[in-house]
Design a protein. Structure first.
Length: 127
């Protein structure tokens, strides 16, 4: 009987816990990143990628220097590896990167082939 009572209490506690029990730590990614991509048309070469977390899930938007903004379709982060997708001019672009502190680097698989990128996290200065 004690085992049954213990299991009921344990299930009750788990069901009341907000969010996933083993949620990923997305704090390393959340924020704004200045990004430079090589071997792409000029208008896509420099951008700011902003990641946010909502209900334990990552979302994001890319803003190019031209002012064009593109919402990220998917964003996954685990063990310093970031994978995201977005649609540029109707084509899906898959981006894979490695996060190391305030630096990120990796590749983007575009319709014209793979290109490399590097990004630095913008650190907010506290007064």
């Amino acid at each position: 009987m004690k085992k049954v009572f213990f299991m009921i209490v344990l299930l009750g506690i788990v069901s009341l816990t907000p969010g996933p029990l083993f949620a990923a730590d997305n704090s390393a990614v959340v924020g704004a990143w200045k990004c430079v991509v090589s071997d792409v048309p000029y208008e896509y070469g420099t951008s700011t990628i902003t990641f946010a977390e909502k209900d334990g899930n990552l979302t994001g938007v890319v803003k190019f220097e031209s002012g064009e903004e593109i919402k990220l379709s998917t964003v996954k982060y685990s063990n310093s590896q970031l994978v995201l997708t977005l649609y540029v001019e109707g084509y899906e672009v898959r981006v894979e990167g490695k996060v190391a502190g305030t630096k990120m680097s990796g590749t983007a698989d575009t319709p014209d082939g793979k290109v490399t990128f590097a990004a630095n996290k913008s650190i907010e200065k506290k007064n």
